[in-house]
Each structure stands twice: as structure tokens, then as C-alpha cells.
Design a protein around this ligand. Structure first.
Ligand SMILES: [Fe+2]
Length: 520
């Protein structure tokens, strides 16, 4: 059975003979649940060379109004199995985890001791019910090629998740998700041009129960479940997992009680994502981390929300904001900045992929003389961006992966965007949205004006989609995938644009030496 057949069968529940191991068979409770608790699917994430995180969350009634998914107020045992074959005849690990009522009956199993660079299959069992099965993968040793998808921004009301389905069908080794996994707005709180195809749960998310319920609604979607079941994910949040355009401790609305709201949104995010336990740190959530794909690539995942200074000049897209250039402004915060810089400096992999949320490339939104910039993006933190780009200039084959924009972009990153002769230090690949902003379009006049204003940007596409990339020792080839519509189900995905970035000759040390300032 190939992976696609596996996915189809797994999501249809066809591959599930009862677990046969003693550990799995031993677990049961005299009390049983009245319905299938595996309505939110399964997921895996943060692979290492010998393991990964497995996730599920029990909910017999996902849209039960209190965010508890219709589950009883008691802990429930959940068996898990990991096998090397999709029929689970070769189970290599199994055990029992506790889905705690206090954690919305979520389960995070962190595995170790597996073999590097191979597929594994996993599933859960509880109360006599079996979950769908998922496929995941450990990272390899050496320079084994990698196929990975990049996705972001999936507003549930704006359209169906066909892009998730198409991404799953392409069977990547890894999915990098760069934020706006869900949106906090109440029904029609943020509408797409073409209206909505379905409705958010009632009310804007403000409390733990609200966020839990919203996560459950999103996770109930079968196309999203298929994307999680297809591959391990690396996830990082942006703003909407909490609130539009929040910044560090500051709510964009100035409303009181934001610290508590943020902590509750983080908690719900952790409960619903395949993240390691170490990411939840009291009221904070640590998502900046590194994942190595053998010696081929290192992913540096950033958090551009939690530690940033407030947006300059009251945020928005505007002209004439000198504060955005202030030397002391920070987007990453000093701790994360030091962590990133040392991680870039000591990286020995051939490629270095920065996974982060907002556009790094300068983007002038004003056609003609003068400029207007988005103060929520790196343009609002220009001095730190320059330092970042100077760091990337000393890094082996850096590529920046970005979400947020709801349009595909391909940009060349330079330490001086106003100088046409400034050297390109990295490429930025911006993934359009899975669903946010509804059916896409292609406004050729608008695009050609935007490209003219921003000569370092060579491609923009306003349709929905995702990126599919193939990375080898010698090159990164990227497909910008688009869908013609999402207001109805069933759109095909196509490659609207393709790009190959050759690896630079020489190793990291050579690049560092070449980029070092020359004496005299
Ligand atoms: Fe978004």
C-alpha cells in the first residue's frame, strides 16, 4: 500500500485491527464513553533522529459548549502504538498515557529510541475505540533529501480546507506551519470578500474554554486531520492563535486582562498541538526551537510575537513613521536574538531554514513616489532586520520561510533594499494562506505595480495554496501551489510558479570567511 492509499484508508478507519500487545490490551476502564472519542484526529510533530511527539485529544462531542468536548470530568487512559508498517503487524513501541481532564483530555507522547530516517505509523485506543492511524517520520542522518510543505493562515469561515487535503496527498516528509492556525474572531468577525462558507463557534475567543472549543472546531475538519495524519508538523503560532496583532504583553485593543487571556490561549494551543512538554513554561509558550534534518538542514523556528516591542506609530500600513527605524526596537527580544545568532553561527548543516511568521523583505505598498509599510511586519523593526540579514550573510545557504501575507511571495533579501546593487544574502519564500481571505484571484495590474515598487520581489500570487519544497545537498526546488477556489470543495492544486535555488559552493566556514568584514 502506498502512502496515499494508507491515508485514504486511515482516515476512513479501515486499517484498524485491535491492538495485540499486552500493554495495549490491559488498559480499559469499567466505565466507557458513549461515543467515539477520536473525533479530533491524530497528529505528530517535532521529529528527532530517534523519535517525535504523538498527539491526540479525546472529545465525544467536539462542539460541546464548554470546550471539554463532551468528556467526563475525570482522567481517561489512552493506549498508543507505534509500528513500522501501516497494518500494525510490526509494533515497535506501545504504552499508555493519561488524557487528563485538566488538559482538555489531550495526550502528548514523546518518543525516543527509534531508528533514524524512517517512516512510522501510530494510533491510539481508548475505551474500546481505535483512533485513525497517522504516518510520521524520524529525521535522518547525513544529507538525505527532504520534501517539506510550508503552510499558514487557515480561517475556517473563509473556505474549505482543500489545500490541506492536496498537501497531504503530496506526502511530504514534514509540514512547517507558520501561524494563524486558527482565528479568534466570532462569527463574521473578519469576513472574506466572497463571504463565508461556514461559521465559527459563537463569540470571540477570550477564555480557555473559548479557545479549546475553537481548536476543537478546526480539528474536526477531515482535510485538516488528513494533513496532520500525513506527516510530522513543526508548528509556531502568529497573532490569531491569541488575538489580532498582539505584541508581547500588549493587546492590540488595549483591553485589560490580556496577560491572562494570552496565557489561556497558549495553554489551549499547547493542548491541541503536537508540541513537546518543555514548550509550556508557566504562562509562556516557547516555540522558538531548532530541528535538524541530518546534516542537510537545520530549521530555526522563530517566535515573532511574544517578545516583540509594540508596533510603532499605532500599527497599520502607513507612511512617515520614523519610529520604525529606531535602533533599539526589537521583534525577537534579546534572549531569542542571542539564541538565533548563536544557532546560525554554530550551524554545521548545509542549509539553514528560518521558519517565521511575518515578511522580512521590505514591502512598499504605495504605488508611485513615497512609501507605505506594514508596521506589524519586519519593516516595523528595521534595525533588527538589518542585523538579522547581516547574520544570514555569514550563514550557510540561508532561506527564510514566512506566512501571514495571504499571498505567495518570492523575494530576495538584502541588507539594503534601496540599493539595486546590494548583494542578495538569502531568499524569502512566503506561503499564501490555506483558507484566509477566501477564493483567491490574480489581479495582474495590482501585481505588476507591486513588483515594480519592490524590485527585490519577483513573484506574487493572490490565490490560496501552500509551498512544496524538495531539498537536496545541491539545491532547493520550490513549487508555489495554488487552488482556483475554496468556496466549494474539490479544487485541484497546481504549480503556479517554480524556483530552484542552487546551494552555494563551499561550506559554512568558507561563507563566513567570505562575508567577514575585511581589514583596511
Ligand atoms: Fe493570517
Amino acid at each position: 500500500m502506498d502512502r496515499r492509499a494508507f491515508l485514504t484508508a486511515a482516515t476512513a478507519g479501515l486499517l484498524l485491527p485491535p491492538p495485540a500487545t499486552p500493554a495495549a490490551a490491559a488498559v480499559s476502564s469499567s466505565r466507557t464513553l458513549r461515543a467515539d472519542p477520536f473525533t479530533l484526529g491524530v497528529a505528530s510533530g517535532d521529529p528527532s533522529s530517534d523519535g517525535f511527539v504523538l498527539w491526540t485529544r479525546l472529545a465525544v462531542d467536539p462542539l460541546g459548549g464548554d470546550g471539554r468536548g463532551g468528556m467526563p470530568a475525570r482522567d481517561v487512559d489512552v493506549d498508543w502504538q507505534v509500528a513500522t508498517d501501516e497494518r500494525f503487524t510490526k509494533v515497535v513501541k506501545s504504552g499508555t498515557a493519561t488524557a487528563r481532564a485538566g488538559a482538555a483530555h489531550s495526550v502528548h507522547v514523546e518518543l525516543k529510541g527509534l531508528e533514524p530516517g524512517r517512516d512510522y505509523f501510530y494510533r491510539f485506543r481508548s475505551q474500546g475505540r481505535l483512533s485513525p492511524a497517522g504516518r510520521t517520520r524520524t529525521t535522518p542522518q547525513g544529507e538525505t533529501p527532504l520534501t517539506f510543505a510550508v503552510a499558514a493562515c487557515a480561517h475556517y469561515e473563509h473556505g474549505y480546507y482543500t489545500a490541506y487535503r492536496r498537501l497531504a496527498e503530496q506526502e511530504p516528509d514534514l509540514v512547517v506551519f507558520l501561524g494563524d492556525y486558527l482565528y479568534e474572531y466570532g462569527p463574521s468577525g473578519y469576513t472574506a470578500l466572497a463571504g463565508r462558507v461556514r461559521s465559527h463557534t459563537p463569540g470571540k475567543c477570550r477564555t480557555l474554554a473559548d479557545y479549546r472549543l475553537r481548536h476543537a472546531q478546526y480539528k474536526s475538519d477531515p482535510d485538516l486531520q488528513a494533513a496532520h495524519a500525513a506527516a510530522p508538523w513543526l508548528v509556531a503560532f502568529d497573532d490569531h492563535e491569541v488575538e489580532n496583532n498582539w505584541a508581547g504583553p500588549v493587546s492590540s485593543t488595549g483591553a485589560a486582562g490580556f496577560a491572562r487571556r494570552r496565557a489561556e490561549a497558549f495553554r489551549a494551543y499547547y493542548e491541541n498541538m503536537p508540541l513537546r512538554r518543555a514548550s509550556l513554561q508557566g504562562a509562556a509558550l516557547k516555540v522558538n526551537r531548532r530541528i535538524s534534518w541530518g546534516t542537510l538542514a537545520r530549521f530555526h523556528l522563530l517566535d515573532t510575537r511574544q517578545f516583540r516591542d509594540d508596533q510603532a506609530c499605532q500599527d497599520g500600513v502607513r507612511a512617515g513613521c520614523d519610529d520604525r527605524l529606531a535602533a533599539g526596537r526589537t521583534l525577537l527580544g534579546s534572549g531569542q536574538w542571542r539564541w538565533l545568532e548563536s544557532g546560525l553561527n554554530d550551524s554545521t548543516t548545509r542549509w539553514n531554514l528560518l521558519g517565521q511568521q511575518i515578511m522580512v523583505a521590505h514591502r512598499d505598498y504605495k504605488v508611485g513616489p513615497g512609501r507605505e509599510v506594514n508596521l506589524d511586519s519586519w519593516d516595523g523593526y528595521a534595525a533588527e532586520r538589518t542585523r538579522l540579514l547581516e547574520s544570514l550573510a555569514r550563514t550557510s545557504n540561508p532561506v527564510v520561510l514566512t506566512g501571514d501575507a495571504h499571498m505567495h511571495h518570492l523575494a530576495e533579501l538584502k541588507t539594503d533594499f534601496d540599493d539595486p546593487d546590494a548583494p542578495v544574502v538569502a531568499r524569502e519564500l512566503v506561503a499564501s494562506s490555506i483558507a484566509s481571505d477566501g477564493d483567491g484571484y490574480r489581479d495582474r495590474t495590482w501585481i505588476s505595480e507591486a513588483l515594480q515598487e519592490n524590485p527585490h520581489i519577483s513573484y506574487i500570487d493572490q490565490r490560496r495554496g501552500y509551498l512544496m519544497a524538495r531539498l537536496t545537498r545541491d539545491e532547493l526546488s520550490v513549487e508555489f501551489r495554488t487552488l482556483d477556489y475554496i468556496s466549494r470543495r474539490g479544487a485541484r492544486a497546481r504549480t503556479a510558479h517554480r524556483l530552484t535555488i542552487p546551494a552555494e559552493a563551499g561550506d559554512a566556514a568558507a561563507r563566513r570567511a567570505a562575508a567577514a568584514p575585511r581589514a583596511g
